[in-house]
Design a protein. Sequence first.
Length: 294
Amino acid sequence: MPMFVKGTTLLGEAQKNNYAVPAFNTTNLEITQALFEAAKQARSPLWIQTTPSAIAYAGLNNLTALVSHMSSCRKVKTCIHLDHGKDFATVKKCVDLGYKSVMIDGSKLSYSKNIALTKKCSAYAHKKGASVEAELGAIGSDSEKFTDPLQAKDFVNKTGCDSLAVAIGTSHGAYKFKEKAELDFARLKEIREIVSVPLVLHGASASEPVLVSKANAYGAKIHGAKGVPDSQIKKAIKFGVSKVNIDTDLRLAFTAGVRAFLKKNPSDFDPRSYLFAGREEVKREALKKINLLK
């Protein structure tokens, strides 16, 4: 049987002991294998996430079965999570299939509609034994759209969500900052003081310079990438973040590994060879993140 656990179980432990859970996104077999191998080696639980685009690519049943099987055979305590669900129907499908944590992202809706949608998802998920992550504010560099602390407190109280993704200056993708990477820690501190649920940091990949350089050395054109430095992540944890989402760095790692292998082995056309190289890079990056967030 799979060893799926509720999101609140892992987040509660993290919040109590002042560390953050690394939440890794997956889209395929190789990345999933790498994440489980890293968690097994580190003797760490695994929070593994699928976005609606990953579900569209690989299939919800396929991804769920893959994670379930690996959780069972590797005996890794696992939380499977929907990342950035946009509607109740997607949340319901995931919960009904056994997801123990789901995110409903109503951040682009009006405040009242975001509350209504999140409250509906929370009520359904809680009945089924799953926890709910919500989002308030807009992830990105526009400070006018950062999460308002007082609104965050009101939002959590009215929706019953179990954790909250906050906007304090991070953004999705490899190009997060044009100037100096600096998060709004004063805002984060204020939110932490008045909001009781665990806080989540999205768009938190570092756009690892080593990975970008390696990918570029073997034919990629990823120029000007800038992510969140490790020092900023550690500070965010100190100021109350309990979960850190990681996707871009895994993509960069996989791409760097595959490109390097193909460049060095132009006569090898076996997908297992270059996919294995990508998998190994993802495993190394996942281990680094697990150790960083302790």
